[in-house]
Design a protein around this ligand. Sequence first.
Ligand code: CP3
Length: 340
Amino acid sequence: MSAPSAFLAACRREVPAHRPIWVMRQAGRYLPEYRALRAKVDFATLTRTPDLAAEVTMQPLRRFELDAAILFSDIMTPLQGMGIDLSFEPGPVVRQPIRTDAQIDALPVLVPERDVPFVLETIRLVRANVPRGAPLIGFAGGPFTLMCYLVCGRPSKEFGAARAFLYAQPRSARRLLMLLGQAMGDYLLAQAAAGAQALMLFESWAGLLAEREFTEFALPAVRHAMGIARRAGVPLIYYVNQGSALMSAVSDLDVEVIGVDWRMDLAQVRRTLGSGKAVQGNLDPAALFSAPEELKRHAGAVIEAAGAAPGHIFNLGHGIWQDTPPDAVARLVDYVHERA
Ligand code: CP3
């Protein structure tokens, strides 16, 4: 028997043995052992080969005393499983961007066991082998974030075509979003059935929307996905990037945890969300470049802002940068654990 998980306790706002920490994109190119594998195998193959994806998922847990593992995959992987032709260059590039009702009608439903069996097998392998029995987070992309890539076809700063789609073809946009919400809900539920112990939706581009459009278009699809995922009986996490205008909109979403970026003050976030939610975040990924004593000061400020009430999961405010020194992550994890 392994010790009760500090991460799962914090998700449920119980008092954990220590303040839990994990890092968004903790498996990836800042780790030499990841780069060594990637030198031999391309990213898509890595995500589709369960023993390699499980190995990459566990790499950061061997190196650091992280409190959770996150499935190594990508938000676009289930869309590939639905037959969407895309490549990673390294960001996702969709060969035929979705702009018409006919394309939306032609999207098949996602049947995870049939379309992405390798993801479910990766989860089983991680659960059987993960260091220290750390809990495993399954994840999917937020419907609006996925729509940004599907409509624009490639990474972008503004995702203008996706935002214009909301205004030009609101009914089609709503249908696409709800369809993605259904697929991601089913996908999350299947990940939990395979062994994922918490489920997270990444809404990386939520901050492009005003509260009105977020509430009208993005949020109903999130509610739909999370309503399905809820049946898994595990904690649900909704990460909202650049969501400072969206906190009251998400405050009544039925999830245990809201993840936020580094621009926000966690004390303010907790006041807006109320005592019914845990928070995850939110050190600036750039802070990992500070001198060791300074890093403690910056991490300490995040902990101060989160306050003493249970329900804080330490994390970065967005994914770790690929040129981050791994030693900085080791120091951060130790500091968060010692400081309590
Ligand atoms: O967090 C983890 O450790 C799990 C792995 C993970 C990846 N992508 C691996 C990946 C997760 C959770 C994601 C989610 C993801 N993918 C998001 C949401 C989180 C966020 O950062 O906002 C988004 C927006 C994507 C889309 C995506 N995939 C982009 C923009 C890129 C290129 C940018 C980059 O980091 O290189 C990818 C490719 C990708 N996904 C890589 C990795 C490790 C790089 C592929 C490589 O090794 O070349």
